[in-house]
Design a binder for this molecule. Sequence first.
Ligand SMILES: Nc1ncnc2c1ncn2[C@@H]1O[C@H](COP(=O)(O)OP(=O)(O)OP(=O)(O)O)[C@@H](O)[C@H]1O
Ligand SMILES: [Mg+2]
Length: 275
Amino acid sequence: MKMTKPKMERTASDFLITKEYHKFEEFCNSCFRERYIGLCHGVPGVGKTLSAKYYAQLDSLEKFNLATKKTTKKVLAPKILTNQTIFYTANILNTPKRINMAIKNERLQLFRTRLEAYKLLKPKSNYEEDFRTLLIIDEADRLTMRSIEQVRDIYDRLENVGIVLIGMPGIEKRLSRYAQLYSRVGFLHEFRPIKNKEINFILQQHWSQLGLKLKKDIFSDPEVTATIARITKGNFRLIQRLFSQIKRIVTINKLSVVNKEVIEAARKCMVIGQS
Ligand SMILES: Nc1ncnc2c1ncn2[C@@H]1O[C@H](COP(=O)(O)OP(=O)(O)OP(=O)(O)O)[C@@H](O)[C@H]1O
Ligand SMILES: [Mg+2]
């Protein structure tokens, strides 16, 4: 039987485009298209925040806004024009007024940047803004009752805004107490840890960063892979922390091979929070 190798894209900013990311992207696209309020929940460390930032192209936006050369801006401009997302992190001291102001400013900034990008690409033609926006609010668990009311108000007032609220598991139960907002929720999405099959590819990524000259087929060693998958349960944060411990052990002991024992030793140095 012919085995097809799963592919994994790697981006410049080291963000791995996983299957979970594709599902999240599809969920965000639907909330944007249908103008829904969507709830995304997932255990800590699975990659919700990083995925949302990647979806909102924060990297490109920052590079574009900081660039001083027209040529650099021009290269980034097509990407800027595909982005209609605002990423906002609810802070601990959130108040309705602050949220309203921040979102208003972010939206204005987004339109300004898009206009600048358009003018760079087509200086002679007229620009018509597409005002549809997706607003992603991370750490939505922090929103107070009054801030939740404010979010509902933004949703009702701005006719072309879809919203994604990101939080911990249980956020849907908490928000269900606010009947008016909850009745506007059109989608629920669980952000899950990466599956065992994909962990293999994550390993390749990090193993190369260890700088070890390992046999190529070390990644297909089912014992090593299975041990890492078992310890981390496909949680990105745990994988990263496990790898930093492996790196430490390899450096201290001047090892040239990473086997199951090394991984078990690394695990013992780690504090594994509930995931
Ligand atoms: N797709 C990815 N590619 C590479 N690294 C990732 C990816 N997703 C997550 N990570 C890594 O895992 C860490 C945890 O991710 P992130 O902060 O997005 O998790 P989270 O689900 O938002 O957690 P929390 O619920 O605690 O906020 C990040 O610091 C990042 O380094
Ligand atoms: Mg987060």
